[in-house]
Design a protein around this ligand. Structure first.
Ligand code: SAM
Length: 209
């Protein structure tokens, strides 16, 4: 399977229509987490089954993965998990989807595609304009989690988010995971691979102030 999809390709100009939270979830009042670039969504399936007091949305640009994940949600009758296909930047930037950012408690970017070449940096999911948009749309105290094994990408993401004065870094040691979207610190597939291969993980949490 092709691993890297160019999010700026015209194929992703059109956005899937997203239903309201009431249609997406059994209980739309639960805390909401969005995972961006969720691949096949295994991490989210584990989270959703483990934490039935949270709702989860996964966004992924590889359509086949999303189709399969959606089927699995239906088959397993999971009521607190929803998948959306497309470029997450475009999906969240669409005015019809503003309700997601107004309701979300936290967003994770787990091991985003690094796009190593400088001329491809614009394909990275975290962009200054996107962070600016998030900072204007998220409620106060909403959290952003970033995680990667690529130091250069971490520095870039950290610089981009920290440059926005509406976000402050949270010290991991002061952070209470038990109340977060991932109380048991479940790992994503990439994270398991990185840990197995004893590579470094760079991560940070930011709060909208
Ligand atoms: C390296 S994988 C990491 C998958 C998973 N988060 C993990 O930690 O195992 C990055 C994923 O992000 C997806 N992706 C990249 N750019 C995206 C975008 N703009 N919108 C949505 N998904 C994107 C890719 O297709 C890929 O599945």
């Amino acid at each position: 399977m092709r691993q890297h999809v160019n999010p700026l390709s015209k194929n992703f100009d059109e956005i899937e229509k997203i239903p309201s939270l009431i249609k997406m979830f059994d209980d739309s009042k639960l805390n909401l987490h969005v995972d961006i670039g969720c691949a096949a969504g295994e991490f989210l399936f584990n989270l959703a089954l483990d934490n039935t007091n949270w709702n989860y949305i996964g966004m992924e640009i590889r359509e086949r993965l999303v189709e399969t994940a959606k089927l699995k949600v239906r088959e397993k009758e999971i009521k607190n998990l929803f998948f959306v296909f497309g470029n997450a930047n475009k999906i969240l930037n669409d005015f019809q989807n503003k309700f997601i950012l107004k309701s979300v408690k936290s967003i994770s970017f787990n091991f985003p595609d690094p796009w190593f070449k400088k001329r491809h940096y614009k394909r990275r999911v975290i962009q200054p304009e996107f962070i600016n948009y998030l900072s204007n749309s998220l409620q106060k105290e909403s959290l952003i989690f970033i995680k990667t094994d690529v130091k250069d990408l971490f520095d870039y993401m950290d610089f981009t988010i920290s440059s926005n004065l509406n976000f402050k870094k949270i010290d991991k040691k002061d952070f209470n995971y038990s109340e977060s979207f991932n109380p048991k610190k479940l790992q994503t597939n990439r994270e398991k691979y990185v840990i197995f291969n004893q590579l470094d993980i760079f991560e940070r949490i930011y709060m909208k102030i």
